[in-house]
Design a protein around this ligand. Structure first.
Ligand code: OGA
Ligand code: NI
Length: 369
């Protein structure tokens, strides 16, 4: 496992897929044109590799009685009363839902819209152009792929992704020019927003505002710009299988189509798109360092006969260098509050995450004490 995780291009020859399924996966992957290629070809039946087991598929109706919290950040920077209110709402939402929507967050709408449009322009380029970027190389900062876990998951998702790792080695010229300026501007604004959100989350934990920022949590960010084409048989597959995010924090924007769902009190609840909002999602690593106070929650995306749907997730995953150990923050532990998780290297977390596909159970039990 360790060796496979270190290899630049993972070796899938040992994948557990049945031989005929593996052949179908390889043939599909070799087209390098993703599910958009299938949708454009006008297929009316879903290829077998995308068909999920009935246990993993939504059984309608989804639960309509619950509403994901929407938190207004208007005035939080300079009005102490507004700030206290927002900190309280963020504390409640992070500990019960693990996911909420932010409005009046200060990122100009044209930056968000520009990113979604830029992503759309990329995904709608001729397939020969996109194919040049199609890759599963973990070391490649900018790439396009259909299902990063294609050879690991039990069933594939109806989704293509353009991804970018905003690492120090990122060469902006590697970003496709149809979305380069938009992506760089979006990356900077999301970094600023993540720092503001970390301040509020620190206060919500009773820590000094700069605590979470100061342990480099806003570094190591990478982006997934997803494209969900219209699906011919949406009731048989998913846009994104259920999962918890491999990050401290994820900031997500989406267009108006909807389909994202979050698991709350045993129900799958729709996250209804709010124009201009940013979805904040607590990741597994924040659950660990908040000692379980903040929840990393399961979420998924339904497939849809309508499309395309566009969304862009920015994951803040911390820095892996320097053997830095992350564990429950000392300041929130006491005689009565003992740590629930052991200290871990990010490398260890990501090795466990990368060994499994989406659609499997949370991996946090690997790290509990
Ligand atoms: C993700 C994710 C949701 C979406 O990328 O981790 O959950 O709406 N995306 O695309
Ligand atoms: Ni996610």
């Amino acid at each position: 496992m360790a060796a496979a995780a270190e290899a630049a291009v993972p070796d899938y020859s040992a994948a557990e897929a049945a031989p005929d399924r593996l052949q179908e996966l390889l043939a599909f992957d070799a087209t390098k044109s993703g599910v958009k290629g299938l949708a454009d070809a006008g297929i009316t039946k879903l290829p077998r590799i995308f068909v999920h087991s009935p246990d993993d598929l939504p059984s309608p109706p989804s639960f309509a009685g619950l509403k994901v919290p929407v938190i207004d950040l208007h005035g939080v920077a300079d009005d102490a009363r507004r700030r206290r209110e927002a900190v309280e709402q963020i504390r409640d939402a992070s500990s019960s839902w693990g996911l909420f929507q932010l409005v009046n967050h200060g990122v100009p709408p044209q930056i968000l819209e520009g990113m979604l449009q830029g992503s759309r322009r990329f995904h709608e380029l001729p397939k020969e152009v996109k194919a040049k970027l199609y890759s599963r190389d973990l070391k490649q900062n900018v790439k396009y792929v259909c299902n990063y876990d294609l050879f690991l998951s039990r069933a594939a998702n109806w989704r293509d992704t353009l991804s970018c790792n905003f690492s120090t080695t990122l060469n902006p010229q590697d970003i496709p020019d149809v979305c380069r300026d938009e992506m760089l501007a979006y990356g900077e604004h999301m970094l600023d927003l993540a720092e503001s959100v970390y301040e509020l989350l620190s206060e919500a934990l009773g820590l000094s505002p700069s605590h979470l920022k100061s342990i480099n949590l806003s570094m190591g960010h990478f982006m997934s710009a997803h494209y969900y084409p219209p699906c011919p048989e949406p009731e048989l597959t998913l846009g994104t299988s259920k999962h918890c995010d491999p990050s401290f924090l994820t900031l997500l924007i989406e267009d108006e189509l909807g389909g994202l769902q979050v698991r709350h009190e045993g129900h799958w609840v729709d996250v209804s798109p709010v124009p201009g909002a940013v979805v904040v999602n607590i990741g597994d690593l924040l659950q660990i360092i908040s000692n379980g106070k903040f929840k990393s929650v399961e979420h998924r995306v339904l497939a849809n006969r309508l499309g395309p749907r566009l969304s862009v997730a920015m994951f803040f995953a911390g820095v892996r260098e320097g053997n830095y150990l992350y564990g429950p923050i000392k300041e929130i532990l006491s005689e009565n509050v003992s740590p629930k998780y052991r200290e871990i290297l990010l490398e260890e977390y990501f090795q466990v995450f990368a060994s499994r596909g989406l659609g499997t159970e949370s991996i946090l039990s690997h790290f509990t004490l």
